[in-house]
Design a protein around this ligand. Structure first.
Ligand code: HXC
Length: 261
């Protein structure tokens, strides 16, 4: 598998866990067009790498990602060009959300604007005690444009999302935990994210992918249809070797050895 050279991010895979580190520290890892392109590329690499069983996104230095690059946004004015810019960012976040393996944002510091939108495209969020999260776009005369107005209310509810979107305020990791915006708070977000990934990876790999698919597809359709999706995927899970192994191991009082098939 050919992994391209990246200028603004690092990509490593260890024990099935891919680690993507946004590394453009002079701009607090802000998502320039160049960074977005590299992010899209690394997600494509992950899609094609059968060794990857979980993904962690994090940032170098004191920020996770401080947003889209404001110097590039400042140059936008044409309605159609700006709309395309939003769609391009949304596409990258959609590609992250569409990864079939569990994804975790290890929020080591500032996760603002486009940075929080990247974290929202992940399945789970682990924040460091020092992290600050928010959608400050309205303070710039903008609105969130990489999915934030849609993924945030779906995650934490409209009222709480509008509090963050309309004030633009930064919330602490502790408040983010209370809001349900993050799943865990830890001294070291990356270590905690790795622990969480290892816990997840003890489970059946096919079941993980099917569970993620059921939640994602069900979120966009009426309940009756969503329940059919669940039943279809449950049926599929029961046809796997992993299910045979998992249930047999329980009955034989031993740990399962999943093969991911
Ligand atoms: C470009 C950025 C940046 C950003 C920080 N920098 N955030 N450059 N885009 N989003 C740069 C600063 O200009 C500065 O460059 C360097 O990074 C360090 O930042 P400081 O501000 O000096 O650091 P500090 O005082 O510690 O403050 C940290 C901060 C602040 C609170 C995170 O940087 C900040 O408020 N940043 C902007 C956050 C934001 O508004 N994000 C939303 C962007 S809009 P120099 O060269 O001076 O050292 C967005 C829209 C997405 O994301 C959707 C679009 C469709």
């Amino acid at each position: 598998l050919e992994v391209p050279e990246f200028e603004h991010l690092r990509y490593e895979v260890e024990d099935g866990i891919a680690l993507v580190t946004l590394a453009r520290p002079k701009a607090l890892n802000a998502l320039s067009g160049e960074v977005l392109r590299e992010l899209a590329e690394v997600v494509e690499v992950i899609h094609q790498d059968p060794e990857v069983r979980a993904v962690i996104f994090t940032g170098e230095g004191k920020a996770f990602v401080a947003g889209a690059d404001i110097s590039e946004i400042a140059a936008l004015s044409d309605v159609f060009v700006s709309r395309e810019y939003s769609l391009l960012g949304q596409e990258v976040m959609n590609a992250v959300a569409a990864l079939p393996v569990p994804t975790i944002a290890a929020i080591n510091g500032y996760a603002l604007g486009g940075g929080l939108e990247l974290a929202l495209a992940c399945d789970l969020r682990v924040a460091s005690v020092k992290a600050k999260l928010g959608l400050p776009e309205v303070g710039l005369g903008l609105i969130p444009g990489f999915g934030g107005t849609q993924r945030l209310p779906r995650l934490i509810g409209q009222g709480r999302a509008l509090d963050l979107i309309l004030t633009g305020r930064h919330v602490s990791a502790e408040e983010a935990l209370q809001l349900g915006l993050v799943n865990r708070v830890a001294e070291d977000a990356l270590e905690a994210a790795k622990d969480l990934a290892r816990t997840i990876l003890k489970n059946g790999p096919v079941a993980l992918a099917l569970a993620k698919e059921a939640v994602a597809r069900g979120a966009d359709v009426p309940l009756a249809e969503a329940l059919e999706i669940e039943a279809d995927l449950f049926g599929l899970a029961c046809s796997t070797q992993d299910m045979r192994e998992g249930t047999r191991a329980f009955l034989e009082k031993r740990a399962p050895e999943f093969k991911g098939e």
